[in-house]
Design a protein around this ligand. Structure first.
Ligand SMILES: Nc1nc2c(ncn2[C@@H]2O[C@H](COP(=O)(O)OP(=O)(O)OP(=O)(O)O)[C@@H](O)[C@H]2O)c(=O)[nH]1
Ligand SMILES: [Mg+2]
Length: 328
């Protein structure tokens, strides 16, 4: 795993060798506001999945935000009962110093675990930034964890989290207000669904309905005639309540995706995204690692303000793609 963190040619070769063996694992993303109980839920989900005989990998992405401290230690403590279990592998990824490369690191760790034969891979991220949204999208199924007293969370949910949720866990349901939170979510899904989903997931569900009929409809998500709508599951992670139901909801989602063909479509999208990101990373690495005279000159001229960044980058790329200089 250290090689995975360090990047470089060795890293690349290893990933390349492993990649053909990956692609079988189910990936579930768990996101939500800091302290919502994500790690506690993951710990319980691991126990459930182990009871079903599945090998489980966990990737915990530490928050970038100043909201929480010592997340690595916290996650370890919350999941430590699985440490001696060979069917469980837990890995924390630090966010600091990755500068946007975090989703690539997470994707790489997923690939390694997948190739190593883990059946289920759970990725925990704090749903606060763009990075985190990207990481959640590495998953086939995304669970958004909210807590009663949704009012506080509502901004965070509106800021893009609603549209990535396949399943909602209303955790800390032992506290007052859990049913109100469920009702709030149902209403948000009914009202906001049409807007939030528009265009974000092409074949998703045709959330083009809405209005009173949508608010009145009795079902609370799952596979409807309009396609998949987020299931809402109440959980008390600290006591393990509702966790079986949560895992079952994720399984139902995976099944619905497979049957509609949307799963394959999303997987294709993820592969495309991965390819494009990797290509741009590699291009940048190539150009900067070579430190050609023209690279150094472009850098100098840009710093000195003698040329603008656009001209410098476009000209340099033009040169870098020319074989003559690439060989120099
Ligand atoms: N009352 C109650 N407390 C819970 C429940 N689930 C988790 N907690 C507590 O909530 C606190 C935060 O739990 P974590 O699992 O660390 O939450 P998290 O979302 O992983 O937190 P970060 O990773 O720091 O964002 C801990 O003190 C848990 O014991 C629950 O269902 N009910
Ligand atoms: Mg956590």
């Amino acid at each position: 795993m250290r090689v995975i963190d360090e990047r470089g040619a060795q890293h690349r070769d290893l990933l390349r060798a492993l990649a053909p063996f990956a692609g079988k694992a189910r990936v579930i993303g768990i996101t939500g506001t800091p302290g919502a109980g994500k790690s506690t839920l993951v710990d319980q989900l691991v126990a459930c999945a182990r009871a079903q005989g599945l090998r489980v990998g966990v990737v915990a992405v530490d928050p970038t935000s100043p909201y929480t401290g010592g997340a690595i230690l916290g996650d370890r403590i919350r999941m430590q009962r699985h440490f001696l279990d060979e069917g469980v592998f837990i890995r924390s990824l630090a966010t600091r110093g990755h500068l946007g490369g975090l989703s690539r690191s997470a994707a790489d760790v997923i690939t390694v675990l997948d190739a190593a034969g883990f059946d289920l891979i759970i990725v925990e991220t704090v749903g606060v930034g763009q990075d985190e949204l990207e990481i959640a999208q590495l998953a086939a199924t995304t669970v958004v964890v909210v807590t009663p007293g949704l009012g506080d969370d509502i901004q965070a949910i509106k800021a893009g989290i609603l549209e990535i949720a396949d399943v909602f866990a209303v955790n800390k349901a032992d506290r007052p207000g859990a049913d109100a939170a469920v009702a709030d979510l149902q209403q948000m899904i009914a009202l906001g669904g049409a807007l939030a989903h528009a265009g974000s997931r092409p074949a998703a569900t045709g959330h083009g309905h809405g209005g009173v009929a949508a608010i009145m409809r009795p079902e609370t998500g799952g596979l409807t005639e309009r396609g998949w709508e987020p299931l809402i599951i109440k959980t008390v992670a600290s006591q393990g309540a509702g966790v079986d139901e949560l895992l079952a909801a994720c399984t139902a989602h995976a099944k619905a995706l497979d049957e509609s063909g949307e799963g394959a479509q999303r997987a294709a999208q993820r592969r495309e995204q991965r390819f494009v990101t990797l290509l741009s990373d590699l291009l940048l690495e190539e150009v900067t690692a070579r430190q050609t005279a023209s690279y150094r000159e472009a850098l100098r001229a840009t710093r000195a303000g003698e040329t603008d960044a656009y001209s410098a980058a476009i000209d340099l790329l033009g040169r870098a793609l020319r074989p003559a200089e690439a060989a120099s």
